[in-house]
Design a protein around this ligand. Structure first.
Ligand code: FES
Length: 132
């Protein structure tokens, strides 16, 4: 079975009323609902293999969420902290990833989470020592 994808072109400028539709779509594409979206793997592997939850991932995710809320950085246009299933980097865990930058981190404790929040999420500086 083959699947063919056909392009779905946006209306081009100069096509009359379609211009406003094109601008609408481009605006929609450029805007992100959250400025930064953080995914903590909180997966538990049923086979007993290494997983992020063995390293306190759920507690660190809860801590990050409370910290972001305390800083009033949660909500639309700001920062969202989410749980995620396995992100397939189990041996490097615990892991989290920050979008839209797609920067991956590991962490050990609350001090590491504080550094990711304060440096990356607030100041936009990647924390190189925790990056994976
Ligand atoms: S269990 Fe966390 S990346 Fe797989």
């Amino acid at each position: 079975m083959s699947i063919s994808l056909s392009p779905c072109p946006l209306p081009q400028a100069g096509e009359g009323d379609d211009v406003s539709l094109r601008e609408f779509y481009i605006k929609d594409i450029d805007m992100s609902y959250y400025e930064k979206h953080v995914f903590f793997c909180t997966n538990v592997r049923e086979d007993g293999g290494p997983c992020c939850t063995q390293h306190g991932a759920q507690e660190m995710r809860d801590y990050a969420k409370k910290r972001i809320k305390a800083l009033d950085l949660n909500g639309a246009g700001k920062i969202r902290i989410n749980s995620a299933g396995c992100l397939d980097r189990c041996d490097e865990g615990p892991v989290l990833v920050v979008y839209p930058e797609a920067v991956w981190y590991t962490y050990v404790d609350q001090a590491d989470i504080d550094e990711i929040v304060d440096q990356h999420l607030v100041k936009g500086k990647v924390v190189e020592r925790l990056k994976i």
